[in-house]
Design a protein around this ligand. Structure first.
Ligand code: MG
Length: 450
């Protein structure tokens, strides 16, 4: 439960700090983040960026802050966030990724990576923010200013690491279309799939921060060209990434967009069959995950909404001696515990390729084996989310409530989640059931309580 006196993050949201260039995001802020992060880490820090037009300016500011604090900086150039995370875990003491993920082109921001390759947690982020605000940072003298090294060639290690998880040529001859959306995965996902034996067609495959082909969010509306290309090339499927390629979404062989909870379920089921264990996911995820895990004799563990909570819960369970099969969110962000503890779009594309090729069936027929659920969502304006939540809590006190994040209510044939936005005066409402009418009914009932 949230305690109002608890210190809260101000600058940083669920996945880093983001803003519009020239308004609330600029090199001055990023340099302060660099100085503060450098003060905390005092070691070798890797930096990377996505393809945004403002990336070089912000990366230069980040380099400057880190070097001035006395850290050595390793520039990894343009690469996916999960590639930076992998390389930080292998080689460095920390990392900073200049990215605004799925946000429109005018945005940019910073994701901060710990030495183990995971995103920085809330406690450490609050400590980082207090350094940023107090400016109580370390400024190195002339003898101890950091050194800058270019190690952008290391992206090859990330590609190899993913390919090494799969049998050689396991996808031989399978045609796949990749849409990196002019983002950093243009340098990784097509190459990964090619090395697994796929015949790869790439669209929006050149780095371009103006995003001429589509916006960084891989929504169904933006993926018309991907669908057309899948049909035209008779591909097995198409895969698209968000702006920093920690997420992957799919279209089937008929060019139809596949719901992210569905593709999550397909990959979770494969993981549970191959290596049974707990599946970790936020409370906002479809029950289909719980059902496919249970069918394999596996259980599901729920976290707050945010990939970092999923990743850290997976790590904690493993430390406690539990077996963890898989983790992820219902937005195309999947975590493979045999690879690394963060969402990885390239790994997700590779795992799906192996699944489809190994089945010798179409991706849509594999999808047909997953039980259908209907989830409805609503975003409601509210100036007082706390009052709304307590109203829901008392109205539903007889029901099965879970307060991991917001209020989660479970009926025997449906569930709902009412969750305040961390940053805006909005409440998010999710309702899900196998019966579409029941999902709508639950939503209408809860809206009447709001
Ligand atoms: Mg992202």
């Amino acid at each position: 439960m949230t305690n109002n006196t608890e210190p809260k993050k101000v600058l940083f949201g669920t996945n880093g700090v983001r803003g519009i260039i020239g308004e609330d995001m600029n090199p001055e802020l990023v340099m302060k983040i660099g100085l503060s992060l450098g003060t905390m880490i005092q070691g070798r820090v890797a930096i990377g960026r996505d393809t945004r037009t403002s990336g070089e300016a912000l990366a230069a500011a980040m380099r400057s802050g880190l070097l001035a604090s006395g850290c050595d900086v390793i520039d990894l150039g343009i690469l996916p966030t999960p590639a930076l995370q992998y390389l930080v875990r292998e080689h460095y003491d920390g990392g900073a990724m200049i990215t605004a993920s799925h946000n429109p082109p005018e945005y940019n921001g910073v994701k901060v990576i710990e030495g183990d390759g995971t995103e920085m947690d809330d406690t450490r982020t609050i400590a980082l923010e207090s350094l940023i605000f107090s400016e109580d940072v370390r400024i190195a003298d002339w003898k101890s200013v950091g050194k800058l090294t270019d190690e952008s060639h290391r992206i090859e290690e990330y590609i190899r690491a993913i390919v090494s998880h799969f049998p050689k040529d396991c996808c031989k001859g399978m045609v796949v279309v990749v849409d990196p959306g002019s983002g950093p995965a243009a340098a990784t996902t097509p190459e990964i799939l090619r090395r697994m034996g796929c015949s790869v067609h790439t669209i929006n495959g050149r780095f371009d921060g103006t995003f001429p082909g589509r916006v960084p969010e891989p929504s169904p509306e933006g993926l018309a060209l991907l669908s057309e290309t899948v049909i035209a090339t008779k591909a097995a499927f198409g895969v698209a990434h968000d702006g920093d390629a920690d997420r992957a979404v799919f279209v089937d062989e008929t060019g139809t967009f596949m719901n992210e909870n569905l593709t999550f379920a397909m990959l979770a089921r494969a993981a549970c069959q191959n290596n049974p264990g707990i599946v970790v996911t936020p409370v906002s995820t479809s029950d289909v995950i719980r059902e496919v895990a249970a069918d394999c004799g596996c259980t599901t563990s729920y976290t707050k909404v945010g990939s970092i909570y999923v990743a850290r819960t997976m790590l904690k369970l493993i430390e406690a001696g539990e077996r963890v099969a898989f983790g992820g969110e219902g937005n195309g962000g999947q975590i493979f515990p045999n690879h690394q503890f963060c969402r990885d779009g390239g790994m997700t594309a590779a795992a799906m390729a192996e699944l489809v090729a190994g089945s010798k069936r179409s991706i849509s027929s594999l999808a047909d084996e997953i039980p259908p659920y209907t989830m409805v969502k609503e975003k409601i304006h509210s100036d007082d989310p706390t009052a709304v939540l307590s109203r829901i809590r008392s109205a539903c006190s007889e029901l099965d409530l879970n307060e991991t994040d917001g209020v989660h209510i479970r009926w025997n044939d449906a569930w709902a989640l009412i969750r305040p936005s961390g940053t805006e005066p909005f409440i998010r409402l999710y309702a899900e059931s196998k019966d579409p009418e029941r999902a709508e009914e639950v939503k209408t009932y809860l809206l009447s309580l709001l």
